[in-house]
Design a protein around this ligand. Structure first.
Ligand code: SF4
Ligand code: SF4
Length: 393
């Protein structure tokens, strides 16, 4: 029996026909909903107002350098995997104006920027993306100086996670302990169950805020059968995982292979385009630009996403520290899988697979790590130990 405004168990079921009420309730609380939408033949994150804005029935196929969407007859709301964008665009926007200056009476006035955060409800956050947000939390807020723009926006989120019902061919979240089940960091977590005679969402409340929202929408306690159906979906997804990364002593393995011949081989293929860093949900490098208008009456300073693949990124006192493509690719991959662990206490990779899908020449971080490990001069790191064990959270 469905209860309205009644006590909610931590596991509840929302029927598909009631799902719009979740949107309506969050909107009524002042949240702007953002989530997956179809644009330019890809799933992107943008503003939502109704459940019908979601890419209903779409599924994707992903491989190295390849992404294709197909519309099916299935009415799934979340049947697709990750698109090129991650949630970092809301917490850590690609371009942020830091201040403006305007000419005035022979001098100029500096106008500080007001970075007013928005109440945002993120709809459809995948488990690996929750982990990526937790990693960026450490980067932007875990040190002595918190990034005020990130921190202010981070405090204004309501997160609706969705457990994955299908793994993409480029996914390896199981290797990184990042999925396919949402572990923490959400207000509500959904598992979509579509069977011959029912379409429901199994819901876990992960916070008091989530539980309060759940209480306001039609729902019923989950039965053992509902829970078993949800567990089956997550277990099947884990079994389908497209790729594996052996993370056993990966930091030590990479440090021991700093001059491995594979770095030259991958650098010969790499276009240095930086796509992999733009799509990565944890990459956080920026630069600062000063820009004037044509009349030079106003100027502004902006923080913009940068990439360790650009020559300019490591430019200091007359030259670039990482002048060769080999040095730049190695910097990126070593940071993700090795030096990030020393810097922040965890890997910088959550196994989302975006850098593999969106690399125009199909460079695959799991393949590169495997090639280095299998041909490591230091035999302590070979052979691989089954691929799914790792020592770093
Ligand atoms: S390195 Fe690649 S697979 Fe890992 S989190 Fe970044 S984009 Fe995803
Ligand atoms: S690895 Fe691929 S996506 Fe990344 S810079 Fe090289 S060519 Fe571009």
């Amino acid at each position: 029996m469905r209860a309205k405004n009644g006590k909610v168990s931590t596991r509840a079921v929302i029927d598909r026909q009631d799902f719009q009420q979740l949107f309506d309730h969050l909107s009524a609380q002042g949240y702007q909903l953002v989530g997956p939408r179809l644009r330019d033949n890809a799933i992107v994150y943008d503003e939502l107002s109704a459940v019908t804005d979601l890419p209903i029935g779409y599924v994707d196929e992903q491989e190295k350098g390849s992404y294709r969407l197909t519309k099916t007859a299935q009415p799934t709301l979340f049947g697709y995997g990750l698109g090129p964008q991650s949630w970092k665009k809301y917490l850590f926007p690609p371009v942020v104006r830091l201040w403006q200056a305007q000419r005035h009476n022979g001098g100029f006035d500096v106008i500080p920027e007001d970075h007013e955060p928005r109440l945002l409800a993120l709809i459809g956050v995948r488990p690996c993306e929750l982990k990526a947000i937790a990693i960026q939390d450490r980067v932007f807020m875990g040190g002595a100086y918190a990034d005020p723009i990130y921190q202010a926006q981070r405090e204004q989120l309501f997160i609706v996670a969705v457990n994955c019902g299908k793994a993409g061919a480029t996914c390896f979240c199981t290797s990184m302990d990042a999925g396919p089940r949402a572990a923490s960091g959400y207000d509500l977590a959904l598992t979509e169950i579509l069977e011959a005679n029912r379409h429901i969402f199994l819901v876990d409340a992960g916070s008091e805020k989530g539980e309060a929202v759940l209480r306001t929408i039609p729902q019923r306690p989950a039965t053992d059968l509902d829970i078993a159906a949800g567990e089956r979906i997550i277990a099947q997804t884990a079994e389908q995982m497209g790729r594996v990364l052996d993370t056993n002593r990966i930091k030590e393995m990479l440090y021991a292979n700093y001059e491995h011949a594979r770095w030259d081989q991958v650098a010969a293929r790499c276009l240095m385009c930086g796509n992999c860093t733009q799509v990565c949900p944890t990459c956080f490098c920026t630069t600062v630009e000063d820009v004037t208008d044509l009349s030079a009456a106003t100027a502004e300073r902006r923080r913009v996403w940068d990439t360790c693949f650009s020559l300019d990124f490591s430019y200091i006192v007359g030259g670039s520290v990482r002048a060769s493509p080999k040095a730049r690719y190695r910097q990126w991959m070593m940071h993700k899988l090795a030096t990030w662990i020393d810097q922040f206490g965890s890997s910088g990779c959550v196994g989302c697979g975006r850098c593999i899908t969106w690399c125009p020449v199909g460079i695959d971080i799991t393949e590169e790590a495997r090639a280095i490990r299998s041909d490591s001069e230091d035999k302590r790191f070979t052979p691989a130990t089954g691929g799914r064990k790792h020592e770093h959270a």
